[in-house]
Design a protein around this ligand. Structure first.
Ligand code: KIV
Ligand code: ZN
Length: 515
């Protein structure tokens, strides 16, 4: 028997990207979109074009680049939004306009100040306009799970009549519980005229930790599209995690007889790519993609695993693309092995990039004996970024102690030559940032600073992620090194170079450097 197909609608680049700390610039969005295409998602929601020029540019660029999946653009059910979404989708091979309006009484009264009848008219007009532009139209009833069920029946009937091909039932505030959500889907299937001819979609937020459970309950009740994000990123507690939905459908096909088009062994790579881009680490015990998801610590479990893996393993790490051992390369590995491993990790490098990566790799292998995948990923994101390095780190010295001010001496190189400055601070990181500010003449305000070890051991590569506000425009930066102060200054310089790049080419700011 052929299992019914569930459409995987990925909204990492829209609902995910709009959550705190997850913003991406155009290059990063394109990198992620390519991963999503390779992952085999059916729909990529690429942005909300009317929200900003950056979102518009991202939808445009992703439409141009990713030819296989449907590319969706979000818009409220108002003409200006819909027209802007359609404009951004012009080059998509398979465009979808995704229009929405809130339908709960709470949202109607306090957010939209509309009556139910006025909202119905907006939905009819909005979906009609979208349909006059694009064949594939999705309508979402925002806050559906707190809307009156009979009003929702009217709403969806109007949307179908106006031409919607997909009806989305969002649990916008993560309020639903599985049984109730399944009943809502059944209620709609039984009452909405014409619903058999359209796809029912679900979009669950994770405020009560139930996003995946709710999505699966809805699938059992007849939903055939699931909206989700890689690593479950998204507004507040996030959205349903793509990897959990897909693997639940795969591992429990006996209970959930459905198929997806997702390449499961590309899941881990997509998860890592997103974590690398955003700097938001995956929690270690996160299902499917967390560092500990396949780790067996207790003696009893290890004994069971050695006897037979099925004692404690319901899926293999390889099935989602996790290698059992991630030790890959050492000091004597050559360019060929390095290129091959980068390719396996999802980063095919051109000659120039490989040369640069090789230099960084040999430098790193002088500092540490074993190079892990995570180290290589740190090389890609720290060393191969496309932002021009107006300022390059040439030398760094920092001193700190318990009974003294920290001091730093930093030398930066530019096209004009090298300059050195010193600064003091309440710690070495603070001092080096001060020295960089003196050299660049910019005053950065640190908004976020995160540090983590990408590999284990005393010689671990430390990675620093910063968000720095320059005149209230926030730019992110990343840096990696075995020395944490050096990683910090590299991250800070990365953010500094981004702001300079953005300021030098104002016309490109909107298109390329939202960070
Ligand atoms: O959570 C939500 O309701 C949404 C809609 C715009 C689909 O993200
Ligand atoms: Zn949402």
């Amino acid at each position: 028997m052929v299992n019914e197909r569930i459409t995987i609608f990925d909204t990492t680049l829209r609902d995910g990207e709009q959550s705190p700390g997850c913003s991406m610039n155009l290059d990063e969005k394109l990198q992620m979109a390519r991963q999503l295409e390779a992952l085999g998602v059916d729909v990529i929601e690429a942005g909300f074009p009317v929200a900003s020029d950056d979102d518009f540019a991202a939808v445009q660029a992703i439409s141009r680049t990713c030819r296989k999946p449907v590319i969706a653009a979000l818009c409220r059910a108002i003409p200006r939004d819909i027209e802007r979404a359609w404009e951004a989708l012009q080059e998509a091979a398979h465009p979808r306009i995704h229009t929405f309006l809130a339908t709960s009484d709470i949202h109607l009264a306090y957010k939209l100040q509309k009556t139910r009848a006025e909202a119905l008219a907006m939905i009819r007009d909005g979906v009609r306009l979208a349909k006059s532009l694009c064949q594939d139209v999705e309508f979402s009833a925002e806050d559906a799970t707190r809307s009156d069920w009979d009003y929702l029946v009217e709403v969806f009937a109007v949307a179908i009549d106006a031409g919607a091909t997909v009806l989305n039932v969002p649990d916008t505030v993560g309020y639903a519980v599985p049984d109730e959500y399944a009943k809502l889907i059944t209620h709609l299937r039984e009452r909405v005229p014409g619903i058999a001819g359209v796809i029912i979609s679900v979009h669950c937020h994770n405020d009560l930790g139930l996003a995946v459970a709710n999505s699966l309950a809805a699938v059992s009740a007849g939903a055939r599209q699931v909206e989700c994000t890689v690593n479950g990123i998204g507004e507040r507690a996030g959205n349903a995690a793509l990897e959990e939905v897909v693997m639940a459908l795969s591992v429990r096909r006996d209970a959930l007889p459905f198929a997806t088009g997702v390449q499961q062994d590309a899941i881990y790579r997509a998860s890592q790519t997103l974590a690398n881009i955003t700097g938001i680490e995956v929690q270690p015990n996160k299902a499917i993609v967390g560092r500990n998801a396949f780790a067996h610590e207790s003696g009893i479990h290890q004994h069971g695993m050695l006897s037979h893996r099925s004692t404690y393993e319901i899926m293999t790490p390889e099935s989602v693309g996790v290698r059992r051992t991630s030790l890959v390369l050492g000091k004597h590995s050559g360019r060929h092995a390095l290129a091959k491993r980068f390719e396996e990790l999802g980063y095919p490098l051109d000659r120039a990039e490989l040369e640069k990566a090789y230099k960084l790799f040999t430098k790193l292998s002088d500092q540490k004996k074993e190079i892990f995948d995570e180290d290589l990923l740190a090389i890609v994101r720290d060393g191969l970024t496309h932002v021009p390095e107006t300022y390059k780190l040439r030398a760094l010295q920092a001193t700190a102690g318990t009974s003294m001010f920290a001091t730093a001496l930093v030398t930066l190189g530019t096209e004009e030559g090298e300059r050195t400055e010193t600064a003091m601070g309440d710690g070495p990181v603070n001092a080096v940032f001060g020295a960089v500010d003196k050299l660049t003449g910019l005053k950065g305000r640190l908004v976020d600073y995160r540090v983590h070890a990408v590999t284990g051991g005393a010689d671990a590569v430390g990675e620093v992620f910063v968000q720095v506000a320059f005149d209230d425009v926030v730019h992110s930066g990343k840096g990696a090194s075995t020395d944490i102060v050096e990683a910090s200054v590299r991250a800070y310089l990365n953010a500094t170079n981004k702001v300079l790049f953005a300021r030098r080419a104002p016309a490109r700011v909107a298109a390329e450097t939202r960070s």
